[in-house]
Design a protein around this ligand. Structure first.
Ligand code: PMP
Length: 354
C-alpha cells in the first residue's frame, strides 16, 4: 500500500506559456521590455567551459550586487530560483507552529499550496469588498503572516503604515511581505527591516527586471532570519542558482538607470490603459502593479476571454467565487495595449449588437 504514504498535494497551476509566438501575451505579468543591455553582454561572452564546474554555493556575485543596490549588508540577502523558491524556503524555515498562519483569501495562489505541501496550518482571511486588506484581521494570534503587497491578482496596495501596524501586532512571529510587484508603484517595507527582526521582504527579477526566464528571487531581512533560511537552503540543495543566472542577474541589478526607465514606461502605459478600460465599461481596484484586474459591467468575463484568445490576445482568468468575473491583463508595450483596447472595443461592440 505504498500509495498510503505518498505526499499527495494539489499543485499550483502556472499561467500558460504558449508554444506559438504570434500572440500578444499578457497572462503571466512578464515585462514587455528586454533585460538590461549588460545581460546580453554576459550571455555573449559566456564560455560554456565554465559550466563544467559547480556554481558558487554562496551566490556572492549576485548577493553582493543586490546588497549594493539596496544599501544593505550582504549577510542580509538571500537569493533563490525565483521568488517562488525563496518564499517556499521561507515557509519551510519559519512556519513550524501549530497555530495557523494567516494570508488573504484572494492572493497569490501558491501560498496555500506550500502550506499544504509542508503541512502548515493556515487561515485565509477574506478581503474587503473593494479587495483591500483590513489590517485588524491580522491582529489575532497566529503562526505567521504572509501578505503580497501590492496584492496579486487584485493589484491593490496596502499603505506602508498599515503594513507596519500589522508587523507591530505580530512581533512574535515571522511576517513575510511578498513584494513581487512593488517596483511598479507600491511602498516597499524594506526600510523597516532594520526595525523589525522578524520581517522578511521578498522580491523578484521576474517582473521589474525583465528576467522571468532566468529565475531569480531574493529576500532581505535581519541577519538572523537570513541565517536561518541559509541553514535550510543548505540542507535542501547547495546549488540552487546556476552560474549563468548568477552572472546575468548581477549584470541586471547593476544597471539602475535601465531599470528605472523600463519601470517608468510600464507605469505610464498602465495609467493610459486604466483610462481606456474605464471608458469601455470596466471597473477595477487601482493597480500599483504591472497588471490590471478588471471586470466588465455587462459583458460576461468568459466571453471576453474567449474572443480575445481568438484575436490572439492571451490574458488570465481565475476561477473562484469572488474573482470569476475578472480578467487579469498584464501591461505590455504601448503598441500592444493599443491593440488590446481596440480589440476589446470591437468585441464589446459585437456583443452589444448581437
Ligand atoms: N509572488 C507573487 C505575488 C507573484 O505574482 C509571483 C509571480 N507568479 C511570484 C511571487 C513568483 O514569481 P517568481 O518566482 O517568478 O519570482
Amino acid at each position: 500500500m505504498w500509495e498510503d504514504y505518498v505526499r499527495t498535494v494539489e499543485p499550483y497551476v502556472p499561467g500558460e506559456q504558449p508554444k506559438v509566438s504570434n500572440l500578444i501575451k499578457l497572462n503571466t505579468n512578464e515585462n514587455p521590455y528586454p533585460p538590461a543591455p549588460g545581460v546580453f553582454d554576459v550571455l555573449k561572452n559566456m564560455d560554456a567551459v565554465s559550466l563544467k564546474k559547480y556554481p558558487d554555493p554562496t551566490c556572492s556575485v549576485l548577493v553582493d550586487a543586490i546588497a549594493d543596490f539596496y544599501h544593505v549588508d550582504s549577510d542580509r540577502v538571500f537569493v533563490g530560483v525565483g521568488s517562488d523558491d525563496v518564499l517556499s524556503m521561507a515557509f519551510l524555515t519559519f512556519f513550524n507552529s501549530d497555530v495557523p498562519i494567516l494570508f488573504p483569501n484572494i492572493t497569490y495562489s501558491f501560498y496555500d499550496v506550500w502550506a499544504n505541501l509542508y503541512r502548515i496550518p493556515f487561515k485565509q482571511i477574506p478581503l474587503m469588498e473593494d479587495f483591500s486588506v483590513r489590517k485588524e484581521d491580522y491582529f489575532v494570534p497566529n503562526g505567521g503572516v504572509v501578505l503580497a503587497n501590492p496584492n496579486a491578482p487584485t493589484g491593490a496596495n496596502l499603505p506602508l503604515k498599515d503594513i507596519e501596524d500589522i508587523i507591530e501586532h505580530n512581533r512574535d512571529q515571522v511576517v513575510i511581505i511578498d513584494e513581487a510587484y512593488t517596483d511598479f508603484g507600491g511602498e516597499s517595507a524594506l526600510p523597516l527591516i532594520d526595525k523589525y527582526e522578524n520581517l522578511l521582504v521578498v522580491q523578484t527579477f521576474s517582473k521589474s527586471r525583465s528576467l522571468a526566464g532566468l529565475r531569480i528571487g531574493y529576500a532581505m531581512g535581519s541577519r538572523k532570519l537570513i541565517k536561518y533560511m541559509l541553514d535550510v537552503k543548505f540542507s535542501f540543495n547547495s546549488y540552487t542558482m546556476n552560474t549563468p543566472a548568477l552572472l546575468m542577474g548581477a549584470a541586471a541589478v547593476k544597471d539602475r538607470e535601465y531599470f528605472e526607465k523600463t519601470v517608468a514606461a510600464v507605469i505610464k502605459t498602465r495609467e493610459w490603459t486604466k483610462g481606456e478600460l474605464k471608458r469601455l465599461g470596466f471597473s477595477f481596484a487601482d493597480s500599483k502593479t504591472n497588471f490590471i484586474f478588471a471586470r466588465h459591467e455587462s459583458v460576461p468575463r468568459d466571453y471576453i476571454f474567449k474572443r480575445l484568445r481568438e484575436e490572439k490576445i492571451l490574458v488570465r482568468a481565475f476561477n473562484g467565487d469572488i474573482i470569476k468575473d475578472y480578467l487579469r491583463i498584464s501591461i505590455g508595450t504601448d503598441e500592444e495595449m493599443r491593440v488590446v483596447i481596440d480589440t476589446l472595443e470591437k468585441i464589446l461592440g459585437e456583443f452589444e449588437n448581437a
